[in-house]
Design a protein around this ligand. Structure first.
Ligand SMILES: NC(=O)c1ccc[n+]([C@@H]2O[C@H](COP(=O)([O-])OP(=O)(O)OC[C@H]3O[C@@H](n4cnc5c(N)ncnc54)[C@H](OP(=O)(O)O)[C@@H]3O)[C@@H](O)[C@H]2O)c1
Length: 332
């Protein structure tokens, strides 16, 4: 069995290039004592991978020559571990490759047999868990409050806005392009959407949030964060989930200009990492699954095909080309 692998060739400078990686082929590994061999089926594409290949973050940077780190799901095809059987479907940090051998203890989670991978790796996976705890535990919404979400048509943002609606809040999304904005209001149930590519975000926020923003859930950073800070309501909360507008920056980005409005409005700005909530994942998944079943939560996935397309598929996130959660199917 051959194993195709994407290895990190150099650290990216600006936008990710194909030449930042080498596509290599080797023999599939043999699982050692206590290990399993996983055939990867579906890879998750996440903006944080840009950080993982660039510098140390909350995880050490991927080393030059190593397989690119990626969340994914696969089928166990050989097992030397009594707790994991051939045929089990598992998820974890499996990397950009066809096969991976690893000790599954604490590293791989079993997925429900027969559960669609698209769902298990989007609204019922890390994305949904991020939206759930980020909004409910860090943002702490109260019914009738105004929640503004950036990156709103994306995987995390779209779930955040819909949970805000479920909790009785007004949800306003900021996204790039007319079609994404249409989807937010016509299909995902947002009260309003702002197209940051063609509209004046600050002016639209003034119009749509006359009493200010109670919660700003930020996936983007940069000018959009500044516009929201300027419009914060009394005791407003800014939930820092990510800042994709600056992930490709080659110079440190300027600080937010309007942060002193946090003082005036007695506001709170707080970052969080979903990793800190993984022990409670079951709680989020149960709630999200209930909302999906009740038709209160729409889940959009964008599935590209072929391991050979991994760099191009990751790039889609930074080009705003993904429609919902970006996934890459690498085998059936
Ligand atoms: N804190 C955590 O634990 C955690 C966990 C998961 C994800 N995150 C963060 O959550 C955010 C969303 O991640 P996701 O996986 O859900 O991805 P996503 O939102 O599905 O995809 C990324 C989206 O970002 C937008 N974007 C790209 N470049 C942009 C720019 N220069 N300015 C404004 N928007 C831009 C694009 O939408 P448009 O077409 O609308 O521009 C794109 O579709 C990221 O910042 C990610 O790092 C954090």
């Amino acid at each position: 069995m051959k194993n195709r692998q994407w290895l990190l060739a150099r650290r990216p400078n600006g936008a990710i290039q194909d030449s930042d990686f080498n596509f290599a082929e080797t023999d599939a590994p043999t699982p050692g004592e206590g290990e399993v061999l996983v055939r990867n089926l579906m890879l998750s594409c996440d903006p944080t991978q840009r950080g993982w290949i660039a510098f140390d973050t909350y995880l050490p940077a991927v080393k030059i020559g190593e397989v690119v780190r990626s969340i994914g799901a696969g089928r166990i095809v050989a097992s030397n571990n009594p707790d994991f059987a051939v045929g089990d479907i598992v998820s974890g940090l499996v990397g950009w490759q066809d096969y991976v051998a690893m000790n599954p203890k604490g590293q791989l989670n079993k997925l429900l047999p027969g559960a669609p991978l698209e769902l298990a790796m989007s609204a019922l996976g890390v994305t949904g868990i991020t939206a759930y705890f980020g909004l409910l535990e860090v943002g702490r919404p109260v019914a009738k409050e105004t929640v503004v979400v950036s990156g709103a048509a994306g995987a995390t943002g779209s779930v955040v806005g819909q949970i805000a609606k479920i909790k009785g809040c007004r949800a306003i999304g900021i996204a790039g392009g007319a079609e994404k904005c249409r989807w937010l209001t016509a299909e995902a149930g947002f009260d309003a959407a702002i197209d940051y590519k063609s509209e004046d975000v600050q002016a639209r926020l003034r119009q749509l949030c006359p009493k200010g923003i109670d919660i700003f859930f930020d996936n983007v950073g940069g000018d959009v964060l500044d516009a929201a800070l300027a419009r914060l309501a009394m005791r407003g909360r800014v939930v820092l989930c990510g800042g994709i507008a600056n992930y490709n920056a080659t110079e440190p980005p300027p600080g937010p200009k309007n942060y002193l409005n946090l003082v005036v409005q007695r506001g709170r700005m707080e970052g969080f990492l979903v990793l800190d909530y993984m022990a409670r994942a079951g709680e989020a998944i149960a709630a999200l699954a209930g909302w999906l079943q009740a038709g209160k939560l729409k889940n959009k996935v964008d599935v590209q095909l072929g391991l050979e397309n991994a760099p191009a598929t990751l790039r889609r996130l930074f080009e705003g080309r993904n429609e919902g959660k970006q996934l890459l199917r690498v085998a059936e």
